[in-house]
Write a protein that binds this ligand. Structure first.
Ligand code: HAM
Length: 444
């Protein structure tokens, strides 16, 4: 290998991100909230494969969607099969539902997932090539109450995370009523063909509904007066939509009717919705999540006719907004005790003393690989521990250990056999005095 190659410093692949330890508190917190809400509403976790047949996404997300047209990480594997990294969860979950015969179980099946997805998108604010979603699906029930409850659940997650949001909601009808609307919409848009953005002009014949989703200013001016799907819904779709809205009113969930919420994936029917940050201005808005009904998908994938609804949210976008808004999440518990040692024999003893302390519930940290007391005490100080235990050669011979109170700097030598007990007593006392002064949480 050449010298230059040996020296090469590798960097992240474009659009990928490392999640460093400092940020992990957000991830634990969000995963916890998602799990709690999932438990509350009776969802079970499902982890589907990262790699699926490319055909699955073509048939579900749709060949005219941006995702399938240009954003999939697809390749031929060594066996010649065309496979893709999942760009989203719904298609894989629908595949798993059919493949594992979940239709034989009592319906609806409620599933949730949390994990990475991949889209070869142009990296920019809020857009990564590897990002994470949490995803909820209710499969096997057509009732409007499910639409309302999944929107409620979604809303509860953002509420629990202190992120104010508004639900943007629409109905895009069903295969019965959508074609008429599409014709009316196309006729309207054709009148402005030359004024539409280049992309919207291309979409006019392939997927005119998606033009409503355009963020281009030139398109916005035309879209604002476009005919709306809600005026062309068949009776059943209209009733369904009205019911969903009535449930949302009952639940007092803030929502806005928004005929532009048509979503970028082809499987949707009837209710579609997105979660927007409360104060977002429509032009620059980056949605936090989105979902909707997909009553035709199972059949499209070779399953029985099975109504379903789901939702997914981007975790990185959520964390960005939490950071922007300075929303605090609980820091992990700090250690109370630092275990310092000096000399080879003390180090050996400290190795097992650490285990003994941890096992009785003391929040302990150590510097077993360090030498030199000064450096260890400096680290203990930095960590903000209450006590440092010092185990040196002399203490080892005497069968003692020194306890240093880090606040006052007072050091006391105690019998090594009683040190755990001594530490526990002191920590208990410190807790009581904090509570008495009203500076800390009540002890439970
Ligand atoms: P989606 O709107 O394509 O829906 O994605 C959901 C969320 O994933 C977005 O709102 C966004 O927060 C996040 N997201 C998407 N692409 C990126 C990206 N390139 N970088 C960062 N975050 C991104 C779906 O995926 C549907 N499967 C949702 C669904 C579930 N519908 C029914 N069930």
């Amino acid at each position: 290998m050449s010298k230059e190659l040996k020296k090469k410093r590798f960097q992240l692949v474009k659009g990928m991100r490392d999640i460093l330890p400092d940020e992990q508190i957000f991830w634990f917190h969000i995963e916890n909230v998602v799990k709690q809400v999932a438990d509350k509403y009776g969802y079970h976790r499902i982890s589907t494969a990262l790699l699926e047949s490319t055909e699955l996404f073509k048939r579900s997300v749709g060949t005219t969607s941006d995702i399938v047209e240009k954003e999939m990480y697809s390749f031929e594997d060594k066996g010649g099969e065309n496979v893709s990294l999942r760009p989203e969860f719904t298609a894989g979950i629908a595949r798993a539902y059919i493949e594992h015969g979940m239709f034989n179980l009592p319906q609806p099946i409620k599933l949730y997932s949390f994990g990475p997805c991949f889209r070869y998108d142009k990296p920019q604010a809020g857009r990564l090539r590897q990002f994470h979603q949490f995803n909820f699906e209710v499969i096997g029930e057509a009732d409007a109450i499910c639409d309302a409850q999944i929107i409620l659940l979604t809303y509860k997650i953002y509420q629990a995370l202190n992120v104010p949001v508004v639900v943007q909601i629409n109905s895009i009808g069903c295969p019965e009523c959508r074609p008429e609307y599409e014709t009316v919409l196309k006729d309207y848009l054709k009148k402005f063909r030359s004024k539409l953005s280049e992309l919207s002009q291309k979409r006019l014949n392939k997927n005119s509904l998606r033009i409503l989703d355009s963020k281009e200013e030139v398109d916005q001016a035309i879209i604002k007066d476009a005919p709306q799907q809600v005026d062309y819904l068949c009776e059943r779709c209209k009733d369904h939509f009205i019911q969903v809205l009535e449930y949302l009113d009952e639940l007092e969930i803030p929502y806005a009717l928004n005929f532009k919420v048509v979503r970028g994936l082809d499987y949707y029917t009837r209710t579609t919705f997105e979660i927007w940050p409360e104060e977002s201005d429509q032009g620059r808005m980056i949605e936090l999540g989105g979902g909707g009904r997909y009553d035709g998908l199972m059949e499209q994938l070779g399953g029985r006719p099975t109504p379903a609804i789901g939702f997914a949210a981007g975790v990185e976008r959520l964390i960005n907004i939490m950071k922007e808004k300075n929303i605090k999440v609980a820091e992990p518990a700090k250690p109370d005790v630092y275990l310092a040692q000096l000399g080879a024999e003390s180090r050996k003893r400290a190795l097992s003393l650490f285990e003994e302390m941890y096992d009785v519930g003391i929040k302990v940290t150590e510097g077993l690989a360090r030498s030199g007391l000064k450096a260890q005490l400096e680290l203990a100080n930095k960590l903000g521990v209450k006590y440092t235990l010092i185990l040196g050669q002399k203490e080892l011979i005497d069968g003692t250990i020194m306890i240093r109170d880090m606040e006052g700097g007072i050091q006391e030598v105690v019998d090594a056999k009683k040190v755990i007990n001594e530490v526990q007593k002191r920590l208990e006392k410190a807790k009581v005095s904090i509570n008495k002064n009203g500076n800390g949480p009540p002890s439970s």
